[in-house]
Design a protein around this ligand. Structure first.
Ligand code: UDP
Length: 312
């Protein structure tokens, strides 16, 4: 019997590279596709000699052809940090719309199961807290974050249309804030920003008054959740994230404490449409798939700080 074969778009990114590694460990063959716009070969170079691993340098907004049989298509390609999608607004819209269409087309042609990496950003600046999957969200379509939020909302709609109209087997994960090794130090997201600042003695840049909340999930937990969704039987969107909620200011204090840094905290203006609260309701993932996060914040941050410290 041949091994299952998975295509991972955005496979050289932060989440994509961890996912490729996990699927290989599960015994699958992996075709990793990335245009290296925000992804990096350094995230996957350790996989190059691995049996069953292939890398294609390709932009998935173009017609997508992968020779041979394919069992799973996992669409993870997209700029994914607020400063990336502010700098790359058109590419963000294209990979969420055209890229999703091409990846769905590939899955349909191969009779593969499709999994979409969606996001908590579909909930926008939420008026329901914590956010269950049944909440439709509060998104500003024309604001600077709209390019990401609306691309992902379109991608979900497209995925469900392929499911309903073509009978494609589809899965949608709504990914909440995730952190861990292989985030880019300068991607602008709060975890790499604060850790880099703390390690270099720079002030930690807290946006707004720091009272906005986020809930941070360690990458290993998240990847386990994604695999459960992929192999499980839930075809509606599933939240995957860690419900441990804290304010950004509390988070800055935690980083200062864990790094033993003498960095001060500096307040900066809050970005436009920055969500005031965010916390996943993970009842669905827990009751239907038996998944919940296990790595405590302190432990996950310790591993992440170690990674950034080693790369300095
Ligand atoms: N943030 C901050 N300082 C930074 C970067 C981000 O205070 O240097 C805040 C940001 O305004 C947001 C939260 O941290 O409220 C999380 O930001 P991130 O960019 O990581 O992701 P988001 O959850 O907003 O998509």
């Amino acid at each position: 019997m041949r091994s299952a074969r998975a295509v991972v778009t955005g496979g050289a990114g932060f989440l994509g590279s961890h996912l490729c590694e996990k699927l290989l460990a599960e015994g699958m063959e992996v075709v990793c596709i990335d245009n290296l716009l925000t992804g990096s070969l350094s995230n996957i170079e350790h996989l190059f000699g691995r049996q069953g691993f292939v890398f294609l340098h390709y932009d998935v907004t173009n017609y997508l052809h992968v020779p041979g049989e394919v069992d799973f298509v996992l669409h993870f390609a997209s700029p994914a940090s607020p400063i990336d999608y502010l700098e790359l607004p058109i590419q963000t819209l294209k990979v969420g719309s055209l890229g999703t269409h091409k990846a769905l087309g590939l899955a349909k042609a191969k009779g593969a199961r499709f999994l979409l990496a969606s996001t908590s950003e579909v909930y926008g600046d939420p008026l329901v807290h914590p956010q269950p999957e049944s909440y439709w969200g509060n998104v500003n379509p024309v604001g600077p974050r709209g390019v990401y939020d609306e691309a992902k909302r379109f991608a979900e709609a497209m995925t469900m249309a392929y499911h309903r109209f073509h009978g494609l087997s589809t899965r949608i994960v709504r990914i909440f804030n995730t952190y861990g090794p292989r985030m880019r130090a300068n991607d602008g997201r709060v975890v790499p920003a604060f850790i880099s600042q703390a390690l270099t003695g720079q002030p930690l840049t807290v946006f707004g008054d720091g009272s906005q909340t986020r809930s941070f999930c360690y990458v290993d937990d998240l990847i386990e959740g994604i695999v459960r969704v992929l192999l499980g039987e839930v075809c509606e969107p599933v939240n995957v994230g860690n419900p441990a909620e804290m304010s950004v200011l509390q988070f800055a204090q935690a980083i200062i404490q864990l790094t033993g840094s003498a960095s001060p905290i500096e307040y900066r203006p809050l970005p436009v449409d920055d969500p005031k609260v965010r916390q996943p309701d993970i009842t669905l993932a827990y009751t239907r798939l038996g998944w919940r996060p296990r790595v405590p914040l302190q432990e996950g941050l310790r591993r992440t700080i170690e990674y950034f410290a080693a790369r300095r």
